[in-house]
Design a protein around this ligand. Structure first.
Ligand code: SAH
Ligand code: TYD
Length: 416
C-alpha cells in the first residue's frame, strides 16, 4: 500500500520536471526494520522512481519520504559496526589534519551526519575544536559519550548560520555518506558557503554514480539516497556558490565511492586528476539520459537472474540465508520480490536490527554471532560492499563447503 505521506522533495536545482529513467517499484524504508508481525499491515511504502536532471546532471529519486521518518531517535545504521570503515575514518582524520589543518593554530572541523562519532572522535581526542551535525538522537548519544560535540539537527543554511555564530568559520567541513541523504541541495550549497572559511575546504564522499552505472549496483538506491553524485554534477551544483573542485579521489568504500574536495574559487590549485576524472565521466556518458535508460535494462536482468538462482538452489532443497541486513538489500528483495520463502534469515551485527523483520519482505534478522551455527550451505551477501571483511572473518563457512552468492557486478556464486 502506498502511503500519501511521501513528499516530493525540494531536491531540484531548477523546476524542470524529471522523466522516470529507472523504476524500482513500491519500496519500504531501507532501514525500516519492524519489531513485530503486528506492524506488517501498517508498513509504509512509496514509489521508488529515479530521474536524471539534464541541467544539474544529478541522478536522483523523484519522490522521497519525509526525512523525519528516516532520521530519528531510533536510526538503525551505526557507522562503527564496520571495522574496515572505522579504520578508514581514523586514517582519513589524520590525512585531512595534516593536509588542511596544520597551518591553523585553532582550526574548526564540522561534520555533517556524524552518526556515532566514528570520524570526529579522532579530533575530539586531540583537542581539536569540532561540531558534529546529526539529527538521529540515538547515534548522537553514542558520539557524545566519546567526547564528541553534537548539534542534534539537520544540516541546512540555518544550521550553518548557528554554528558560525557560536564557533566562527570552519576550516574543514566533512561529510561521509551523508550529503546524498539530504534532499534540500540548495540549502546545502548555501550552508557550506555560509560556514566555510576563506581558505577552508569542503570534503565529502558518497557512493559514486560511475560505479553504479559500471556495476549495475542498483541497490545503492534507496529512500535515504536521494542523489547519486558524479564529479560533473558536483562541479555544477557548487559553481554558483563560488566553489570549485580541487580534488577527486575514487574510493573502494561502500561498493565504490568518490571523495570530492572543494575550495573557494582561485584559492587552491586543482589536482590534475580532477580533469582526467571528468573526462572519463564524459566517456562513460554520465551526462546523458540514454546511459540511465540502458542501466534500467541491466538492472531488470540482474534482479531476475538473482531470483532465478535462488529459486534453483531452493528447488534443490538448499537452505539460503543472507549476511548483512543492509538498506541496499531492502531495495534488492523488494524489487526482485525475494522473501522468507527463499532467504530464511539475515545475519547482522547491529543490535538495533536483531530480532526484527527486514523491511517490506519481512525476513527475520538474527545476530551475526549465530552464523557459525547456521547449517545453510548458501549465503547471499546483502553487504556485498563488505565482502572482503565478511569473508575473512567467516573463513570457516567456505572451508566447510559454504558458498557466498553476490549480485554485483553480476549474479554468481563466489569462487566459481
Ligand atoms: N558519516 C557516517 C554516517 C552515514 S549515515 C558514515 O559514513 O558512516 C548518514 C547520517 O546522516 C545518519 O547518521 C543520518 O542521521 C545523518 N543525516 C541525515 N540527514 C542529515 C542532515 N540533513 N544533516 C545532517 N545529518 C544528516
Ligand atoms: P552498509 O553496507 O553500510 O549498508 P547500507 O548503507 O546499505 O545499510 O551496512 C552494513 C550492514 O552489514 C550493517 O547492518 C552491519 C552489517 N555487517 C555485519 O553484520 N557484519 C560485518 O562484518 C559487516 C562489515 C557488516
Amino acid at each position: 500500500m502506498a502511503s500519501d505521506t511521501a513528499t516530493t522533495a525540494s531536491c531540484r536545482l531548477t523546476g524542470t520536471p524529471l522523466e522516470v529513467v529507472l523504476d524500482l517499484g513500491e519500496q519500504p524504508l531501507g532501514n525500516g526494520f519492524l519489531s513485530s508481525a503486528d506492524d506488517f499491515a501498517s508498513e509504509y511504502f512509496y514509489s521508488m522512481r529515479c530521474g536524471f536532471a539534464t541541467d544539474s546532471l544529478l541522478f536522483q529519486l523523484i519522490d522521497q519520504p519525509d526525512p523525519g521518518q528516516m532520521f530519528h531517535s531510533n536510526y538503525a545504521f551505526q557507522s562503527s559496526t564496520s571495522g574496515f570503515m572505522s579504520a578508514h575514518f581514523k586514517a582519513l582524520s589524520q590525512t585531512l589534519a595534516e593536509e588542511f589543518l596544520a597551518v591553523n593554530a585553532d582550526p574548526l572541523v564540522v561534520e555533517i551526519g556524524s552518526n556515532d562519532g566514528v570520524f570526529l572522535k579522532h579530533f575530539a581526542s586531540r583537542g581539536v575544536r569540532h561540531v558534529g551535525v546529526e539529527p538521529s538522537d540515538n547515534v548522537a548519544t553514542i558520539a557524545e559519550a566519546q567526547g564528541v560535540q553534537v548539534e542534534r539537527r539537520f544540516f541546512s543554511a540555518d544550521t550553518a548560520a548557528v554554528i558560525r555564530e557560536s564557533n566562527g568559520p570552519a576550516h574543514l567541513i566533512y561529510a561521509a555518506n551523508a550529503l546524498c541523504h539530504i534532499p534540500d541541495i540548495r540549502g546545502i550549497v548555501e550552508g557550506i558557503d555560509l560556514l566555510l572559511a576563506e581558505d577552508g575546504v569542503f570534503v565529502f564522499e558518497d557512493p559514486y554514480l560511475g560505479d553504479v552505472v559500471k556495476l549495475a549496483s542498483y541497490d545503492q538506491i534507496y529512500d535515504e539516497h536521494v542523489f547519486l553524485f558524479s564529479g560533473m554534477s558536483v562541479a555544477r551544483i557548487f559553481t554558483e556558490a563560488g566553489l570549485e573542485l580541487i580534488d577527486l579521489e575514487h574510493l573502494p568504500t561502500h561498493g565504490g565511492s568518490m571523495r570530492y574536495t572543494l575550495g573557494r574559487r582561485g584559492v587552491r590549485k586543482a589536482k590534475p586528476r580532477v580533469e582526467s576524472t571528468l573526462a572519463s565521466e564524459r566517456e562513460q556518458g554520465l551526462h546523458e539520459t540514454v546511459t540511465f535508460c540502458e542501466l534500467a535494462d541491466r538492472v531488470a536482468r540482474s534482479a531476475s537472474d538473482l531470483k532465478r538462482l535462488l529459486e534453483h538452489l531452493a528447488g534443490q532443497g538448499h537452505q539460503i540465508v543472507s549476511y548483512g541486513a543492509t538498506s541496499k538489500s531492502t531495495t534488492v528483495y523488494n524489487y526482485a520480490k525475494i522473501g522468507p520463502e527463499l532467504i530464511s534469515e539475515i545475519y547482522d551485527s547491529t543490535p538495533n536490527k536483531q530480532g526484527k523483520f527486514s523491511p517490506g519482505v519481512h525476513i527475520p534478522v538474527v545476530p551475526e554471532s549465530d552464523f557459525v551455527d547456521s547449517g545453510a550451505r548458501f549465503a547471499f551477501l546483502g553487504a556485498w560492499n563488505h565482502e572482503k571483511e565478511i569473508r575473512m572473518k567467516n573463513e570457516y563457512f567456505e572451508a566447510r563447503g559454504g558458498r557466498w552468492i553476490t549480485h554485483v557486478p553480476q549474479v554468481r556464486l563466489l569462487g566459481d
